[in-house]
Design a protein around this ligand. Structure first.
Ligand code: OFO
Length: 170
């Protein structure tokens, strides 16, 4: 059984993961209309992953006797000023999510809910990977410069393929 504070923290994370999914979906749609096929594919995949994260929280809350409430989501921006700025926004958002996951760990410790604290460790590790992969993207963009976005657009999916490889390093 979850304490009220732990349940509130988890339900609030349902909203944040769902917003992440919609944010990346909005970015994917924008990038697609701008002709960036690889970048939009990367973002569509990311949006799906975030939806799965949201579902993990929904199921966990329900499984532990709580109520996995699905909120109304704020509309994400429709347009983005450029690819680099957009990925900087992705990184800032992931850092915000990491901080939020850390807050859940802290609530679990205060509430002595070590089961949930243990469960949420998966997200702690996931955030390390997600921040790392967006930083790699920003590094690549820096190396290539914004005049080589065609190459970057073709290259970005190889980054994801490398991450998905079974022996990918952490
Ligand atoms: Fe990338 O945020 Fe989910 O956890």
């Amino acid at each position: 059984m979850l304490t009220k504070k732990v349940e509130e923290a988890l339900v609030s994370q349902i909203m944040k993961e769902g917003y992440s999914s919609n944010l990346y979906l909005a970015m994917a749609s924008w990038a697609e209309t701008e002709g960036f096929e690889g970048i939009s594919d990367w973002l569509y995949i990311q949006a799906d992953e975030e939806r799965l994260h949201m579902l993990k929280f929904v199921h966990y809350v329900n499984d532990r006797g709580g109520k996995g409430i699905i909120p109304a989501f704020e509309q994400p921006p429709i347009d983005y000023p450029g690819i680099k700025t957009m990925f900087e926004k992705v990184l800032a958002h992931e850092e915000f999510i990491s901080a939020s996951i850390n807050d859940i760990v802290a609530v679990c410790a205060t509430e002595k809910d070590f089961t949930t604290q243990n469960w949420v460790q998966w997200f702690v590790n996931e955030q390390i990977q997600e921040e790392k992969s967006v930083r790699q993207i920003l590094d690549k963009l820096k190396i290539l410069g914004e005049n080589n976005l065609y190459i970057f657009d073709r290259d970005i999916l190889t980054l994801r393929a490398a991450e998905a490889a079974p022996n990918a390093t952490a």
